[in-house]
Design a protein around this ligand. Structure first.
Ligand code: SAH
Length: 249
């Protein structure tokens, strides 16, 4: 069973509708939609926002729905220099930037797991990368309006692979980004769920892949950009990337 988890409520709806929905089950205020695509069983759900919500949703996907692979989509704020709104990051590893149980455990290390960086599955990573590149190459111009592309200066967006940081904060100041860059220089982008899902998948030995579209620069303009991007662009990206992902397997 493939689980599709999204941090944007509407993304999942569009994907599931296009697959032919089979049934919806509501648990813990979340709607799990079960369907199939080319004979493959799928379960799709909005993760909620923040690490606790996302971890609870991921756990339910595994223990109740029997997820054996998990793919997570959503948006994120740019941290790495040169990363622009509309670019796509495929996560190689994830880190909880607000985890600090020092001096008992080293800063960032997940207590009792013995490490700070949580990995992703190389097969899912390669498929997500191909899917994101396919979407940008073939469908971007058709799916995202010219006015939205112009507003966000989305001209020739890139797909990169890199480390994603997660924490229970919406990052929206130059000072916060500078602090993050200083303490975790390898981080490409920041969001609020991925590393929590990665931890659950690690603990249950479920292969995990994550793709994040850059929605904002994590600075003072982030709240405004985030809202507009979420309305006009994020759903189109996720739907397009997931469609390619499912087609190209
Ligand atoms: N304040 C927002 C909601 C915050 S949740 C609102 O107006 O509704 C933001 C979602 O986008 C989360 O899923 C998070 O993972 C992601 N995200 C995008 N940009 C982010 C940033 N700059 N910092 C943290 N999370 C971000």
């Amino acid at each position: 069973m493939l689980a599709l988890l999204s941090a944007m409520p509407d993304e999942i709806t569009a994907v599931v509708e296009s697959l032919g929905k089979v049934s919806t089950q509501t648990l813990g205020r979340r709607q799990y939609q079960v369907g199939s695509f080319r004979g493959e069983q799928l379960v799709a759900v909005f993760s909620g926002w923040g690490k606790v919500a996302a971890a609870a949703t991921a756990t339910q996907l595994i223990t109740t729905f029997g997820a054996t692979r998990m793919v997570f989509t959503g948006v994120a704020g740019a941290v790495q220099d040169g990363l622009a709104i509309g670019d796509v990051v495929i996560g190689t590893e994830l880190i909880q930037h607000d985890m600090d149980a020092s001096p008992i455990f080293p800063r960032y290390e997940v207590p009792l797991l013995g490490r700070a960086l949580l990995g992703t599955d190389s097969g899912l990573r390669a498929r997500l990368r191909a899917a994101a590149e396919g979407f940008l190459r073939e469908d971007l111009r058709r799916s995202v309006s010219q006015s939205s592309r112009d507003w966000f200066h989305i001209e020739s967006p890139r797909v990169i692979e890199g480390v994603i940081a997660s924490g229970d904060q919406f990052i929206d100041s130059a000072a916060e980004i500078a602090a993050l860059r200083h303490s975790l220089p390898q981080v490409t982008c920041v969001e609020m769920e991925g590393a929590a899902v990665a931890q659950v998948c690690e603990e249950y030995a479920v292969p995990f892949g994550v793709v994040r579209t850059i929605s904002d620069a994590a600075d003072e303009s982030a709240p405004h950009d985030f809202a507009r991007f979420a309305r006009e662009v994020a759903g189109q990206y996720s739907f397009g990337i997931l469609s390619h992902f499912l087609r190209e397997r």
